[in-house]
Ligand binder design. Structure first.
Ligand code: IPD
Length: 269
């Protein structure tokens, strides 16, 4: 290994392990603040677009901790936008699946990605109510609670399961068209309210695909590297402008990737 590669590997590992510990603390904080089951306990940013006190508290806590440890790094968070710029850049969704969280459900997570320039190099998705932590460092594999994970080997579409993400930015006609396409393929549809966890499900083989018309970088930054390391196929989210604006994503299990890509009209990278 060249000296520069060795230093880069160390820089990334150092950040990853520090961040993993910080996200574990943040996950406990979020869990302690989770509303009890009931109607949504949150503020509306727009129709069906929620923010809770925990979103803000987690983002502030993670930003404060990471910026103290790595003052030269950049930071983008869902609630406060870009806080700093740097060669390494943290990308945080403090609570992904806020609509679930706000009603006391279990399916939500904290998603933290690390990018070097525009390349995702490490990711952590911590879902404390599910007791699951997905992790990856580029070139070192993807893991769920420390065990290696891989995308499913599904070949038969009649056995496949595909999730479509819904947000208020999805036009009714698009939703109907893509749901019909999935049903026509013989796949079983799902829609569970957390983009990051839906992508993690593709990475660990619990589902065979995830499609969302437009999604933000903080929802997917951690998952992009986890999916790559798990041998899933992904649309070129960053090349399609995903850092600057909400962008389409398709992630699929490898053996049915071309069929899903064609049926759903999204090219893969
Ligand atoms: C949302 C969730 C949802 C997805 C949206 C995201 P949030 O993130 O991941 O499943 O469909 O595109 O914005 O608001 O819960 O952090």
């Amino acid at each position: 290994m060249k000296k520069t590669e060795f230093f880069e590997k160390n820089e990334i590992s150092l950040r990853f392990y520090a961040a993993k510990a910080i996200i574990e603390e943040a996950a406990s904080l979020a869990l302690s603040m989770r509303p009890s089951p009931g109607g949504p306990s949150a503020t509306l940013k727009g129709r069906q677009d929620y923010v809770t006190e925990a979103d803000r508290a987690v983002e502030l806590m993670v930003y404060n901790r990471l910026s103290t440890l790595f003052p030269d790094d950049g930071f983008i968070g869902e609630e406060r936008g870009e806080q700093a710029q740097g060669t390494y850049r943290w990308v945080l969704d403090p609570i992904d699946g806020t609509s679930n969280y706000a009603r006391g459900r279990n399916r939500w997570c904290i998603s933290l990605g690390l990018m070097k320039n525009n390349l995702p190099v490490a990711g952590i998705i911590n879902a404390p109510a599910l007791k699951e932590i997905f992790t990856a460092i580029r070139g070192e594999g993807a893991f769920l609670n420390g065990k290696p994970i891989y995308a499913a080997k599904t070949k038969n579409l009649d056995e496949s399961m595909v999730e479509i993400g819904w947000s208020p930015f999805v036009p009714l006609e698009w939703w109907q068209e893509k749901t019909t396409a999935i049903l026509n393929l013989g796949s079983m549809p799902r829609s569970l309210g957390s983009g990051a966890l839906a992508l993690a499900d593709v990475a660990c083989g619990r589902s065979d695909g995830y499609l969302e018309k437009v999604i933000y970088i903080w929802d997917v930054a951690a998952a992009l590297v986890i999916l790559e390391e798990a041998d899933a196929r992904i649309s070129p989210f960053i090349k399609m402008g995903g850092i600057e604006k909400r962008t389409t994503i398709l992630a699929t299990a490898p053996n049915i990737a071309s069929q899903l890509s064609k049926a759903l009209g999204v090219e893969l990278g």
